[in-house]
Design a protein around this ligand. Structure first.
Ligand SMILES: NC(=O)c1ccc[n+]([C@@H]2O[C@H](COP(=O)([O-])OP(=O)(O)OC[C@H]3O[C@@H](n4cnc5c(N)ncnc54)[C@H](OP(=O)(O)O)[C@@H]3O)[C@@H](O)[C@H]2O)c1
Length: 245
């Protein structure tokens, strides 16, 4: 089990990201919390015990060019970086007969391209140090292309594959790359949706941090999704398209 002294959470103002910041700070990890809404980040910082515990940075992950410089600043401010968690994500509502490139593009920009913009400098830094943990918050949604929100499923499938490739690249340097696949979690993202097996944000954050510390490959949160998704992944396409599972 890895013991982190320092961590950065990208997409930290609300939901699972904010709760991971809270839980890590409560364990004594010094955390950099990054996302667009500074007032939410400052409230989180105050709730966690101030700047000694949590440093905050306003950043839009779509400003890809800012990521390397901000990454270096965070490393300097924290005095190193043991773990980087990319959690930023959006899932705008998409009607079943809606074909909207604007929404699709933004989903890919935030959920996938933003992740790459951060994992590149973080991967280079950790490869050079021969240590560290990179974590991506993907989703069970990436395991199958469902009809409801094609771009969201695509973004998470691509993120999962990207993380697998990074893991295969970095394992020889002692760097861990962890893919977290939560099922539905009760946050702003899922407000008003009727979803199966939905869990509280505290449980999701706890599960994600445990997987990050374990450092091994991919994991579902909660673990009950593992056999469920194993089954769903094996449903033949000719049947799957006639269902809404
Ligand atoms: N909730 C679920 O059921 C569920 C299930 C599986 C996976 N996930 C994944 O878990 C992650 C967290 O989701 P959540 O449920 O906690 O939703 P949430 O409460 O809406 O949190 C999303 C976070 O992403 C940040 N973010 C969004 N766009 C951003 C941008 N352009 N630049 C920087 N940060 C940005 C938001 O911060 P700002 O708005 O302040 O920028 C916020 O902190 C997402 O990747 C989501 O896909 C969620």
């Amino acid at each position: 089990m890895a013991a982190f002294r320092t961590a950065a959470v990208i997409g930290a103002s609300t939901g699972i990201g904010a709760e991971m910041v809270r839980q890590l700070a409560a364990e004594g990890v010094r955390v950099a919390a990054v996302s667009r809404r500074l007032p939410e980040l400052e409230a989180l910082q105050a709730a966690c015990g101030g700047p000694e515990k949590v440093l905050v940075y306003a950043h839009d992950v779509k400003n890809y060019d800012e990521a390397p410089g901000l990454f270096d600043r965070i490393v300097a401010d924290l005095g190193g970086l043991d773990c980087l968690i990319y959690n930023a994500g959006i899932m705008p509502r998409v009607e079943e007969s809606e074909y909207n490139f604007g929404k699709d593009r933004e989903i890919i920009e935030v959920n996938l391209l933003g992740a790459m913009a951060w994992f590149n400098p973080a991967g280079a830094f950790m490869e050079a140090r021969r240590a560290g943990t990179l974590v991506g918050i993907s989703s069970v949604a990436g395991d199958r292309g469902r009809r409801g929100n094609p771009a969201y499923h695509t973004s998470k499938a691509a993120l999962t594959t990207y993380l697998e490739a990074l893991r295969n690249r970095l394992f020889r340097y002692g760097v861990h790359v962890v893919t977290v696949k939560p099922g539905p979690v009760s946050t702003a993202m899922t407000e008003g949706l009727k979803l199966p097996l939905i869990i509280p944000v505290e449980e999701a954050a706890r599960g994600a941090i445990a997987l990050a510390k374990g450092g091994t490959g991919e994991g579902y949160v909660p673990i009950a999704w593992k056999p469920i998704m194993l089954t769903i992944r094996h449903v033949p396409s000719v049947i799957f398209r006639r269902t809404n599972i």
